[in-house]
Ligand binder design. Structure first.
Ligand code: TTP
Ligand code: MG
Ligand code: MG
Length: 432
């Protein structure tokens, strides 16, 4: 069925063939749920290929250690049978000339933030489901955006323009069907399962394609002769819940196309922070300041990516004996400017006595405030220059990667990524 085109109403990478989704959703009232699921195509490897033109069109695998497994494989690598979770040794046998890379998690997270921001700007309710995927509840947006297809196309175009990456989109009346739909026509797909098509779609769906029906569950079902959706529907829900408890009820619901789970927007990040455990404990203030600058660069960039400005800068120091202190400073206005974050952290460090060598140093920005566009009537040449510098550096890094450019002071000390915690946990916690 996957190639029949029946549900691939708008296979985006080919010329659209069948009637648009507007047709399919024509009779669907606004109050019915319309859920959209976006999943990036071969995410990690596509980021690598977008950042390095030499990798484009080549089989690329993320994972280098001969004792490890592949975390991602480009579509070119998949032609050789390589897939996620396959041992690297096996992947090398299948395609010895593939490019095996270590992976750059902070870069993938950074792109992920960008994608989520694009989604949040376009869709009313967005739930990030993993680093490369999210659900959006777009029920009732027809009056603003027209048919769901429009919003999907716009999302794909904006993501492509901002990241050079393609994604696949699924649209359906609920989350599980939207997820199956986004995977239906990868890469570059746009698949819609209108409510009226759900029963026919499910009738032919292999049970293993239902999220939550894993290999073990399938095997259990196979042992009692259940291998298709119609087999499940041959018995009422009570039969399944008596036989298998909650799992049985879940299976029957899915076979009927039922999934009431709501799209739950993730909590907004409340702070951004970065910290580094030093190679060697130190009292050298110049060295500590360089770390603060490196951290300010990362935090500034993340703030700008998130579209946030913070009013409070926090310095964290852990000493040799593992005792630690935090000191905060409230700025006169919220900022996302690297030099302002750095200057605040540097001032906090300058006023602090260092009774013993420092083992870890960190910077955080919190107390996010909404700020209106700045008034051109009160020009601040220094601030403007800093903002322009940040924008230029962000653009270069977007294009060539994180380490492509560093401020002169920071360049003296290369970042030790092993201990570099651009803290995810703090982004969702309340301050530090
Ligand atoms: P997926 O969306 O599952 O896969 P993908 O984006 O690489 O490819 P597809 O086009 O089929 O969606 O996962 C997103 C990223 O998560 C993937 O690029 C790498 C990472 N990942 C792992 O690290 N380990 C894994 O086992 C899987 C499946 C993914
Ligand atoms: Mg993906
Ligand atoms: Mg995914």
């Amino acid at each position: 069925m996957s190639d029949s085109g029946k549900y691939d109403l708008t296979p985006d990478r080919a010329a659209p063939t069948i009637g648009t989704m507007d047709e399919s959703f024509k009779n669907v009232p606004d109050f019915k749920r319309v859920i959209l699921h976006v999943d990036m195509d071969a995410f990690f490897t596509s980021v690598e290929q977008a950042d390095d033109p030499l990798l484009q069109g080549k089989p690329v695998v993320i994972g280098q250690s001969l004792r490890g497994v592949a975390s991602a494989a480009s579509y070119e690598a998949r032609k050789y049978g390589i897939k996620s979770a396959m041992p690297i040794v096996q992947a090398k046998k299948l395609c010895p000339h593939a490019v095996f890379l270590p992976g750059r998690m902070s870069r993938y997270r950074e792109i992920s933030v960008k994608i989520m921001n694009i989604m949040r700007a376009l869709c009313p309710v967005v739930e990030q489901a993993s680093v490369d995927e999210a659900y959006a509840d777009i029920s009732g947006t027809r009056r603003i955006f027209g048919p769901p297809e429009n919003i999907a196309r716009r999302l794909k175009a904006e993501i492509l323009a901002a990241t050079n990456l393609t994604c696949s989109v699924g649209i359906a009346p609920n989350k599980f069907l939207a997820k199956i739909a986004s995977d239906w026509n990868k890469p570059g797909g746009l698949t819609c399962i209108p409510p009226s098509d759900v029963p026919a779609f499910l009738r032919d769906l292999p049970l293993g394609r239902i999220p939550g029906v894993g290999k073990q569950f399938q095997e259990e079902l196979r042992r009692i002769g259940v291998t298709t959706v119609p087999h499940v529907l041959a018995h009422p829900r009570t039969y399944w819940s008596e036989l298998m408890g909650k799992r049985g009820a879940f299976l029957h619901d899915r076979a009927c196309g039922i999934d009431d789970s709501p799209v739950v927007p993730g909590s907004d990040p409340k702070s951004c922070s970065a910290e580094n455990t030093l190679d060697r404990d130190t009292l050298d203030r110049t060295l500590l300041e360089r770390w603060l600058l490196i951290q300010a660069e990362r935090i500034g960039r993340e703030l700008r990516g998130l579209g946030k400005k913070g009013l409070t800068v926090t310095l964290k120091i852990k000493f040799q004996d593992f005792s630690s202190i935090t000191r905060s400073r409230t700025l006169t206005r919220p900022t996302d400017i690297t030099t302002e974050v750095f200057e605040a952290a540097r001032t906090l460090l300058a006023t602090e006595k260092l009774p013993q060598p420092v083992r870890l140093i960190g910077t955080g920005v919190s107390n996010f405030r909404f700020v209106q566009a700045e008034l051109p009537l009160m020009p601040d040449a220094g601030r403007k220059r800093s903002q322009q510098l940040d924008q230029t550096m962000d653009r270069i890094r977007d294009k060539f990667g994180n380490k492509s450019i560093l401020r002169a002071e920071a360049a003296i000390r290369e970042v030790d990524t092993t201990n570099d915690l651009l803290s995810q946990k703090n982004r969702t916690s309340n301050g530090q």
